[in-house]
Design a protein around this ligand. Structure first.
Ligand SMILES: [Zn+2]
Length: 113
């Protein structure tokens, strides 16, 4: 029994992908945001976590080959990123309709299923 549609989950990756790339200092990355686990610069980089996420979930990655569980896991990490970049006023306004808040609501509804 599959309660969640994979393609719907995959659609939810578009927003955090753009969001994280925007927030990252791509111009400071000597590797153009291609994470290299063997590179000391990557391991010590303060953008490491975002970078790993992007590399695991960018448009070139075949997300449809991942399991629903894996996709949900990755979305949860993305929720943390988006959430931690929001100013408190979004969180206190339950009816906030900005892109971030509506994305968060969609993901939370989806992950509950
Ligand atoms: Zn908001």
């Amino acid at each position: 029994m599959i309660s969640v549609d994979k393609s719907e989950l995959i659609q939810l990756f578009d927003f955090p992908r753009k969001r994280i790339l925007q927030s990252m200092e791509v111009t400071h990355c000597p590797h153009a945001v291609f994470f290299n686990a063997a590179d000391e610069e990557c391991i010590c980089c303060h953008q490491g976590e975002e970078c790993i996420w992007i590399n695991q979930n960018d448009e070139m990655v075949a997300l449809e080959k991942k399991s629903i569980e894996e996709l949900k896991q990755q979305l949860l990490i993305a929720v943390d990123f988006v959430d931690s970049n929001l100013s408190p006023h979004h969180l206190s306004r339950r009816q906030c309709e900005c892109d971030n808040c509506s994305w968060l609501k969609k993901v939370q509804a989806m992950l509950k299923e």
